[in-house]
Design a protein around this ligand. Structure first.
Ligand code: NDP
Ligand code: 2IT
Length: 449
């Protein structure tokens, strides 16, 4: 199941050689290539004209200096990135991540995943990603604004409604998008709403975009549970993280009748035997921008905070890793299975290590890969672009309904493709093949570019 076709091994070798040290990028490419052996035996035309080699090589990579002045008056320097990975299906589309761990390898892994994710949505968006090693933690609002403005002074020449449309990711939410849009508007003297998504409702944003990634991942998992004639109703769930994706995944799981046993941030996790109180998590994270440890301090009895440690030690029926890459290891996968987990849905990008993914796939646990399960965010970004293009604004209900339909379609396409390629129930294979075929068909039609 996880070996590479001999025709594709040289492609991986070249990627590793050409992108030395970019381990997360190698990991993302390897996982997709492992799925493609079955495609090229059925459709050999996709192995022609170095198509797969071209998919693994970004169309363009931009790295730039971001100077800004902190509250003490000192000059700070960060590094900015934007990778234009693949534009066969539409303008480059993908988020911006501000986190100290960001480097070119991280941005390339995310950009590569984004190509197939965006293809899965069925909407006209290519794949890209960007960000900075800037650490927003502990920074004042003024510092965040000055950083975003400086970042956009350089980025603006590389983006545009028909070129590249960034959005949020870790460390980038509505506040940051607002500051970046303001500077883009000033620099270009254009009210080009669809140049960024995740905007506020007062200046061209879409209803339900904030909720979309988390809601979408819950919709996907609910449908996946349906294939085993079950649902979230009454299930005990663990969701890692307490950021944008985690919060709205928890909200929709609660609406589906599930109970949230635990959530986390990068310092530790909280377990609440009464079920996580989402209003309190939102108050701590969205309003106070505080730490999840405060949750246990406020709640007291029946609730405990574990600094460090692994949230995957908490027994659950459904696990939704929704924080960051490689946060759930093979050891964690074994613990979850021993504790009776029945489904795992990746809210984050590549949160499960390759051995964890393999353990889940071999064990018969339902496993939803990130590029399918978290595609609701970028799909709703594409709906935001549609609303901007038609100068329209849809209701929350209409937008959410479209999101739900898109997630159900992605689920069904992954399930059907897995069956067609001889691996029923294997959503990893289904997502990789189904996304790849859509991009590959367009790339063939466009010639060698
Ligand atoms: P946020 O910045 O809103 O939240 C991130 C959460 O994950 C926080 O709780 C954060 O804790 C935790 N976290 C981040 N980095 C680490 C780390 N290195 N170790 C442990 N915990 C960490 O980001 P999002 O919720 O937007 O993103 C979460 C994941 O979902 C990412 O993988 C992102 O790529 C993916 N994603 C996001 C989409 C979106 O629309 N926003 C769409 C699709 C995927 P702390 O506050 O302590 O840093
Ligand atoms: O990883 C992702 O899909 C995102 N961060 C959202 C990208 C987008 O353009 O909305």
């Amino acid at each position: 199941m996880n070996s590479i076709d001999e025709k594709l091994q040289p492609v991986l070798n070249t990627v590793i050689h050409r992108n030395a040290g970019e381990l997360e990028f190698h990991q993302a490419v390897r996982e997709v290539l492992e799925s493609l052996g079955r495609v090229i035996s059925k459709r050999p035309e996709f192995a022609e004209d170095a198509l797969i080699e071209r998919i693994c090589e970004p169309e363009r990579q931009i790295i730039f200096r971001v100077p800004w002045i902190d509250d003490q008056g000192d000059v700070q320097i960060n590094r900015g990135f934007r990778v234009h990975f693949n534009s066969a299906l539409g303008p480059y589309k993908g988020g911006l991540r501000f986190h100290p761990s960001v480097n070119i390898g991280i941005i390339k892994f995310l950009g590569f995943e984004q190509i197939f994710k965006n293809a899965l949505t069925g909407l006209p968006i290519g794949g890209g990603k960007g960000g900075s090693d800037f650490d927003p933690k502990g920074r004042s609002d003024g510092e965040i604004m000055r950083f975003c403005q400086s970042f956009m002074i350089e980025l603006h020449r590389h983006i545009g409604e028909y070129t590249d449309v960034p959005a949020g990711d870790i460390g980038v939410g509505g506040r940051e998008i607002g500051y970046m849009f303001g500077m883009y508007k000033r620099l270009t003297n254009r009210y080009e709403a669809a140049v960024l998504t995740g905007k506020g409702l007062s200046y061209g944003g879409s209803r339900a975009r904030t909720e979309a990634t988390g809601f979408g991942s819950a919709y996907f998992v609910e449908r996946m549970l349906g294939t085993r004639a079950t649902s979230f109703d009454g299930k005990r769930c663990v969701v890692s993280g307490s950021g944008n994706v985690a919060i709205y995944a928890m909200q929709k799981i609660l609406a589906f009748g599930g109970v949230i046993a635990a959530c986390s941030d990068s310092d530790g996790y909280v377990v609440d035997e009464a079920g996580i109180d989402l209003a309190l998590v939102k108050e701590i994270k969205e309003v106070r921008r505080g730490r999840i440890s405060e949750y246990a301090r406020v709640k007291g009895a029946g609730c405990h905070y574990i600094k460090g440690g692994s949230i995957w030690d908490v027994p659950c029926d459904v696990a939704m890793p929704s924080a960051t890459q490689n946060e759930l290891t093979g050891h964690d996968a074994k613990t979850l299975i021993a504790n009776g987990v029945i489904a795992v849905g990746e809210g984050a990008n590549m949160p499960c290590t390759p051995d964890a993914v393999q353990i889940f796939r071999n064990s018969g646990v339902l496993f939803a890969p990130g590029k399918a399960a978290n595609a609701g965010g970028v799909a709703t970004s594409a709906l935001e672009m549609q609303q901007n293009a038609s100068r329209d604004s849809w209701s929350f209900e209409e937008t959410e309904q479209r999101l739900a339909t898109i997630m159900h379609n992605i689920h069904d396409a992954c399930a059907e493709t897995a069956k067609e390629y001889g691996a029923p129930g294997d959503y990893v294979l289904g997502a990789n093949i189904s996304g790849f075929v859509r991009v590959a068909e367009a790339m063939r039609a466009l010639g060698v570019v």
